[in-house]
Structure formats: structure tokens, C-alpha cells
Design a protein around this ligand. Structure first.
Ligand code: GTP
Ligand code: MG
Length: 197
């Protein structure tokens, strides 16, 4: 699946512009700068399929990537970016939430948390929203290359406790790094199980 063709095919800035639902969709959600676009690049083995940047607020629309007609990856704008203009923030947020709640082909959300930083209110809010919408989500810790193994295990245990409080969350927490590829094959395998044959 991930070795085959992979193409950007749609960018939606508004809810009424979403592509016609077709293949199962996996959405990548998380705070601004957490590493969503970088993880999509790591998964697909392309350097710049999704545009990543050290500047938060890089992804400004819902970007749809097609994997051979069998699975669609959706790169979302980040939430919790304090510097974005208020109206822009509300637009993104509104679109994101509406998409997460109402998309018929959405099969799973990959919820990214930066392993190095504390979990924020906006992270708790999105988990609650996913519980209510009954969209299963898989929590992935990002930037694990930047932590010592001991601290990583502490963080994993802490996040696993949090996942247990959310009915829509997977119990297992995946440690990843787009820099050194940690956890990438495991995440590919998990996503492949949701693809069309
Ligand atoms: P927005 O589109 O703004 O919401 O951000 P994003 O979540 O798509 O983050 P993006 O992939 O653009 O990455 C943000 C920054 O984090 C970039 O400077 C990346 O190089 C860096 N980064 C992403 N993944 C990793 C990682 O695994 N390890 C390290 N050390 N840095 C990473
Ligand atoms: Mg991005």
C-alpha cells in the first residue's frame, strides 16, 4: 500500500468543498507543529508530499492524499496555534470539528501528541469530541528522537492512562519519529488493515 502510488488530490478550505466520499479516510490531527505533515511524509516515504515547516500554522486546509484508490490520508491544519488570527482560527476549528463529526468515510483519527510537551486543554477537547462522535482514535507520540528512553516510557504510561479515560481511544500508544523512522512501520501496518483490498 505505502510502496505504491501516492498523490495529493484535493485541498479543502471550506466544508462544502470536501471531495466526494470514496475510499476509507484516516485523518491526522494534533496541535500546530506537532509533526502531522512530517509523519505523512515519513509514512509515504516522500520528502515533501505534505508541506512541513518549523513555523506553526503551516497546513491551512484539509489536504487529501490518495493511496492507489485504497486509502485516503487527510492532513489537517493544527489546532491550538495562539498566534493565528482569531477569525482564521475559528474557521479552521469549525471546519475541522465538522469534518471529524460528520464525515461518513472517516475510519480513524491519528491523534498526534508531541512527546516533549505537556498535554494541553485543546488536546483534551478534541479527544472528548472524538468520543462523542464515536470516531476511534489512535494516539501517537511524535518527536520521540528528542527524548531519552526513560522519559519516553514515563510519557507513554502517562498518555496510556489518559487513553483509558476515553472510550474512543485505542489503548496502545505508539512512539514515533519522522526523523529516524521509529514506529513508522508499525503505523503503516495498522493503517494498511483499514485499506480497501
Ligand atoms: P501545522 O501544519 O502547522 O499544524 O504543523 P504540523 O503538525 O504539520 O508539523 P510539521 O510536520 O510541519 O513539523 C513541524 C516541525 O517539527 C518541523 O520543523 C519538523 O521538522 C519538526 N518535526 C516533525 N517531526 C519530527 C520528529 O519526528 N522529530 C523531530 N526532532 N522534529 C520533527
Ligand atoms: Mg502541517
Amino acid at each position: 500500500l505505502f510502496a505504491g502510488p501516492c498523490n495529493f488530490f484535493f485541498g479543502a478550505q471550506k466544508l462544502d468543498q470536501l471531495p466526494v466520499p470514496a475510499a476509507p479516510e484516516i485523518a491526522f490531527a494534533g496541535r500546530s507543529n506537532v509533526g502531522k505533515s512530517s509523519l505523512i511524509n515519513a509514512l509515504t516515504g516522500r520528502k515533501a508530499l505534505a508541506r512541513a515547516s518549523s513555523e506553526p500554522g503551516r497546513t491551512k486546509q484539509l489536504n487529501f492524499f490518495d493511496l492507489g484508490g485504497r486509502l485516503t490520508l487527510v492532513d489537517m491544519p493544527g489546532y491550538g496555534y495562539a498566534k493565528a488570527a482569531k477569525d482564521v482560527k475559528e474557521d479552521w476549528q469549525g471546519m475541522m470539528f465538522a469534518y471529524l463529526r460528520g464525515r461518513p468515510t472517516l475510519r480513524r483519527v491519528i491523534l498526534l501528541l508531541d512527546a516533549r510537551i505537556e498535554i494541553k486543554t485543546s488536546d483534551h477537547e478534541i479527544m472528548t469530541l472524538l468520543d462523542r462522535a464515536a470516531v476511534t482514535f489512535e494516539i501517537v507520540l511524535t518527536k520521540c528522537d528528542a527524548l531519552r528512553p526513560g522519559s519516553l516510557e514515563v510519557k507513554r504510561a502517562q498518555v496510556a492512562d489518559l487513553a483509558r479515560q476515553h472510550p474512543a481511544a485505542y489503548p496502545e500508544i505508539l512512539l514515533t519519529s519522522s526523523e529516524n523512522g521509529l514506529g513508522v512501520p508499525e503505523l503503516r501496518a495498522s493503517l494498511a488493515s483499514l485499506a480497501l483490498p
